[in-house]
Design a protein around this ligand. Sequence first.
Ligand code: MRU
Length: 349
Amino acid sequence: MSFATVEYEPCNVRLLDQTRLPGELVHSDNRTVEELVESIRLLRVRGAPAIGVAAAYGVTLAASLAARDGEGAAGSIERAIGQLRAARPTAVNLDWALSRMERALHRLTREGAADLHAGLLAEAEAIHREDEKLCKDLGRHGAELLPDEATVMTHCNTGALATGGMGTALAVVYTAVAAGKRVDVVATETRPLLQGARLTAWELVQHEIPVTLICDGAAGWTMRQRRIDAVMLGADRIAANGDTANKIGTYNLAVLAARHGVPFYVVAPYSTLDLSAASGEDIPIELRNPEEVKGWRGQPTAPEGAEAFNPAFDVTPAELITGIVTERGVFSAPFRESFLRHYDAPAGE
Ligand code: MRU
């Protein structure tokens, strides 16, 4: 089955509504920047690269609305960039895509472009196409790490639903399978919003790749009971020293993987690197509504009066990471040196 996670049509950012999966395959139409910000906050679109792509189209949407309403375009587009940037704090891909759109806006304005919408749409499409290509490269490099018959444990959702292409860690699985390897996947359900159960299991079933779902708390025991060749998962922001923010529960898996001698790989494109963050200490962690922990789709699963703590992400220290798979190959510690060999240092360094 093929589906588009994010699409753009004039005056509409169209999303596959991920809050409704796996039960319903329905779209969410976002015809204002405010609607798109809400969709990002509610995780109708989620996954670090995918929210970057959606936000880039959001800037294009702002340009088309300004042209329609005859508003001062540059000012209202800048305002939209600010609103979108504040939608979620941890995934740096959001900020990366918006900064790129902002640079395009400044260039177009400087050049006196007659049609800002067309210029910004071209940039958003370039971000989208680039992400597609990055996913393929990640898949190719990561697949080389897997034996011909492999069991991969993964967390959250890192597939086509999370990116503008085929995925990050799941791209590795898809590429390895396409190359003739036999891969089965152990997917954690990923509490509290169940991206593993609802989205990863759904994607893998569509691809007819064997998937076994486990409760998050079963990961350690599963590593003891079954051969797991690698833990492979994505990232929302990687600091210069390799510390990696990803979906809450990633750190638990890294500790368990170290305890059981399982290689632990992060798979992410350069748009997830934040070389201005020296370490995980500099990564903002999104705290979400505690009600997400205390209930599911409006039904309470905990008594009223119980407190809940709901960080959406955690930071895995670099020392627990075997390798970081990027579009330029697989990096190992010391990560800072590897990154600086391949990527520009942020201004000021
Ligand atoms: O809250 P989410 O669902 O947006 O969190 C997503 C993740 O943590 C993913 O693992 C990460 O963005 C990598 S996606 C390719």
